[in-house]
Design a protein around this ligand. Sequence first.
Ligand code: ZN
Ligand code: ZN
Length: 341
Amino acid sequence: MRAAVLRGPRNFDLQTVGEPVPAAGEVLVRVGAAGICGTDYRIWTGERAVRYPLVPGHEFIGQVAAVGPAVQRVTAGERVAIEPNWGCGQCDLCEAKRGNLCLMRTAVGIDRDGGFAQFALLPERACWPAPADVSDERLLFAEPLAVVVRAVARSGAGPGESAAVLGAGTLGLLALQILRARGCRVLVLGRTERRLALARRLGAEATVATGTGGDPVAAARELSGRDGVDLVVETAGTAAAIELALGKVGFVRPGGRVVLTGLPHDPATIEFFWLVRREIDVRGSMIYQEEFGDAVALLARGMIEVAPLLTHRFPLASIEAALETHRRPEAIKVAVFPWEP
Ligand SMILES: [Zn+2]
Ligand SMILES: [Zn+2]
């Protein structure tokens, strides 16, 4: 099989290697599509340390090619979405059903070989069966959707509430739709106008381009009809977005909630006075815990619109171009299709 093997920072080797053979409890998946996110980009550049050689790729889906002995969850030929993170199952956090926080968590495409290859070997627990009629392009969004299903659940969003989503990338545009499904009215903030028309088409009642002079506080007040929105879901992970989510008086109302799910890699400067004075609840939301099956079901039911989010497709041989494209402003979700020539 063909695999994109990372040998060091910015050093991909496109190799033909033997197909792995599933041992007991393991599943060999023929990868149909693998999405790219900021984590993959940071692994590629070396900003995120990994052990080499590594086949990255954690957002992927495919078809079961073979199963090892004793596998019960899936059978050969079945379509699957891959849940690429699991806890050790033994520590206090895992026992408390918080395996997403496990310090010994295994992450596919980071700690072990992932989906930038024609086949991937996984434990059966990582494989979520999906109906045959859900396209690869659609199922591909299971992983990011699971992230926002958790984030929105942690916000406690309910019918009639006003919500702001920070970031109009894959996570933001999915969070918008989950919030809408929960009956919220949604304001979406992006740096530029570029994706905001799409946000409005996907149900945003209001949008603001923060990088071109838009006023997020005025928009939050107008949407909510009070001193800020009821809740904020932050998906961008940039310092500017964190500072807006937590530091702008009147963006979130007194007693409101802020959920942070974009991973902030840079420090942010926050005036905490207003968070205390207004009793703002701030919650982190780390990937997913029990949301993966829900995400697959939402996609299977056609609840969430994902087609406009898949903006770029590449064959495996163009993995570096795919990673570069991920950073381009016009890219939302970039995906690699390992069997396409
Ligand atoms: Zn990711
Ligand atoms: Zn654990």
